[in-house]
Structure formats: structure tokens, C-alpha cells
Write a protein that binds this ligand. Sequence first.
Ligand SMILES: Nc1ncnc2c1ncn2[C@@H]1O[C@H](COP(=O)(O)OP(=O)(O)OP(=O)(O)O)[C@@H](O)[C@H]1O
Length: 290
Amino acid sequence: MNTFERCAKFLKPFLDRKSERQLNSPPLFVGVEGPQGSGKTTVCRQLAERLSVLYPNLNFVTFSMDDFYLTFEEQNEVAANDPTNVMLNGRGLPGTHDVDLLLKCLKQLATEKTNVDIPIYDKSQHRGRGDRVAFNKWIHIKKPTLIDVVIFEGWFNGYPSYSSEEDLISKWNKVKLRYPSVFENIGYEHIAKLNRDLVRYQAIWDYFDAFVCITTNTIDNVYKWRKQQEHDMIKQKGAGMTDDEVVQFVDRYMPVYRLYYDRLAETRKKIPSIEISIGLDRRLLPASYL
Ligand SMILES: Nc1ncnc2c1ncn2[C@@H]1O[C@H](COP(=O)(O)OP(=O)(O)OP(=O)(O)O)[C@@H](O)[C@H]1O
């Protein structure tokens, strides 16, 4: 069994129920989480393509947290407002998305009262710094199209913020001792800001009816996966990050993994969910076959 087959098996009862749908029932929201490079985009594409063949009466839409990055100008402003905060110096982490726009889209999809316009982000614009594409290139869902299944992926989907400052500080003290290089240039004010930003995302997770978590035996695999991706890109397009650049790039994300990754179980307890564990080769680890 592979990741797609395991996801499809988990989602089958939800989709069977949905396929006997009642008119105007809200869509099924499927959240997909997985560390960078774990294969989220691939599995979401496979789910939308193959499940729409298996369930021809259901309309699927797939999009990503990445589509909701702030515009180039807004991101520059975020970085300029907090110049010592390396975590906000460029897109990627909590605090660099238009959460209000995302919540508006989710609400519109849930209530089906209006047309829905879903943005698309182009990472290649501004020499790789990225920007949101023009409105006419967004995904436009026009009434009376009924969306039955929303598949939404993001690398920190479901990460629960800390509601107690004491817990946040205690975790921060532990992880910065254990991973000093990751937290080298990060002060408590940056961690507190990160947590405040993450609080705003919690309302997104509340939409999930089903939650797919692709987990891995060690989060350090993210470095290796990204190196592979960049090596492939250099082969195909002649350009890509060097191994050292990859380390620097992934380091910027690591504080979030180190602070929150092991708290995902909290979200999983609240939502019907599945944990699909993969190894470095992205094959399922034995427990995931169940
Ligand atoms: N099951 C798999 N087995 C082997 N390779 C895979 C598998 N799934 C995805 N890949 C490959 O791994 C790479 C990363 O996949 P993908 O872009 O889907 O991951 P991602 O989690 O969405 O990454 P990111 O967060 O960086 O966008 C791609 O080159 C893809 O072809």
C-alpha cells in the first residue's frame, strides 16, 4: 500500500456518505498535513484525480495553504516591520499568509451562498520571492456549481498553538537547548509572535471533517527531501539551491517543527484522522498499513 491508497481507504466512508448527498449539504473538508517534501501535493493531486473518477457525482476542489501567502508587497511589509525576525524574512511560516482571506473562502465554501474566488500563488515571481497571481487567474467557483469535497493541504495544518505562555516558554527552553543552531538568532519575542500568529490559524483546523497526517520517523528528513528536490531541479532546469543553501532554507522552518510538530496528536484527537508514517524513501512504515 502507498500513501494515496492509505488515504483513499481512510476517506472511503466519508466519501460514500457524501456521495449519497442531500442537496445543499456543506462540503466535506479534508485537511492534509505533512512536512515539506513529504508528498502532500502529490497525494492531494492523486486524490482529486482518482477519487473524482470513483465518485463521478462529487465535485472536488484542491488548494493549499501556499495559495494564501501574502502578496509580495504585504510580505515585504511584514519583514520590514520585524527586521530582526528571521522567521518572517520571506514567505513560508505562520504569519506570512492572508488568514482572513482563507477563512472567508472556507466560510463561503461551507455555506455555499456565494461564488468563491480562491487565490493562486506563483512562487517564481520576483526572482523566486513569489507573488499572488492576478485575480482573473484565481480559481473561480461560480454558483450553481456545488463543491462536495474540499482538499486543503499545508505543511503545518493542524499545529496547535500554545494557549499557556508558561507551556510555550517551557517548550522553547527545552528545544533551544537541544537544537541550539536552529534557535541561534531567535529570541523569545519572535517565538511569542509566532505563537500569536499561529493562534489565528486555529479556526482553519476547525473546518476539517477528516484529517490526514503524513508523519515521518525523523523531521530531519525534510533536509534530505529538499536536497533531492533541488538536485532534480538542477538536472532538469539548470538552477536550484546548493546543499548549503538548502540547510539555511530549511533551518528557517525548523523552529516551528521543533516547537509544534509533536503536538499534532492534540488536533488528531479532536478530528477523525489518520497518521500515515513514511520513511526517507517516502514509503509507508509498517504501522501505516493498518
Ligand atoms: N510516494 C512517493 N514516493 C516517491 N516520491 C514521491 C512520493 N510522493 C511524492 N514524491 C516526490 O517527492 C517530491 C515532493 O513531493 P510533493 O511536492 O508532493 O511534496 P510536498 O509535501 O507537497 O512538498 P512541499 O511542502 O515542498 O510543497 C516530488 O519530487 C515528488 O515527485
